[in-house]
Design a protein around this ligand. Sequence first.
Ligand code: FE
Length: 340
Amino acid sequence: MKSSFFIPSLYVLFTAFSLPAVAQEKALNLYSARHYQTDEALYANFTRQTGIKINRIEAKEDELLERIRNEGAKSPADVFITVDAARLAKADELGLFAPVKSKLLEERIPRNLRSPDWFAFSTRARVIIANRELVKVEDVQNYEDLASPKLKGKVCSRSGSHPYNLSLMSALIAHLGEAKAEDWARGVVANFARAPKGGDTDQIKSVAAGECGVAVSNTYYLARLLRSEKPEDRKLMERIAIVWPNQKSYGAHINVSGGGMLKSAPNKESAQLFLEYLASDDAQRYFADGNNEWPAVAAVAVKNPALDAMGKFKADSLPVATLAKNSAAAQRIYDRAGWK
Ligand code: FE
């Protein structure tokens, strides 16, 4: 009884929803892990320029990836936008992306920030943060320093399985080799103030509170607190030194937000147009500034007081696709080192 009623009503709902959109106007189905205030303008401008309507599905990064996998060849998703090279790599490994050939994207997005299947649209750095009273800032100038016995009982971290730490380890593998990268992981684990827990903001708060002397964090979390309207957030930041790591060697580890066209995309033409739009000057500004990140397109500048206050730095020029490639090895190293 129930099911015979349910099926026709679902059918009516489905056709009522999908038919006019498909027949009347061009559309783009965007699966995005982003949800920032500037996104409204970002998407509205695309529709204004192209007449293509954007249907947005927003959810957490890993949920979206799971959803696309489950929907398989029938997925309505045209473009998938997410954060971190490790996640983009996972989508790539699962064969979800279709290669995009675009002269415009190749010209605009630097070579180290794209792969044949996906493109980075903004960058963030993973920096060292230190409690000025507990740690000498000159002792924590490099990622390698976090493994120094000087920092025994002072290092806090989120899980080693989190994509941000997997990508950092992937970079260290590329720079130091697997054996030294593993020694480093063991050294850091031996310095833990507590078992890994929480996100980057939790590490920042723990460092400010003196529970830990040092941690790493993505820059946009720091920028968010620096720009916060809550005085207590800004107060936290007064106790914290932000260190651009490895300025005398390979530079600060960089990661990305990015996306690509899905193999099963029903609207491939719109998908490519949208990816190209994201590389345009205005879209780059909205996309990066919305999350306190830097535009991937080198010629585009954002005026972001918090990022400006952090100053200039040398960024690691390692191709982000390399991070992706080392991600499985990175997880194995964290597992062996006991970095839970
Ligand atoms: Fe994040």
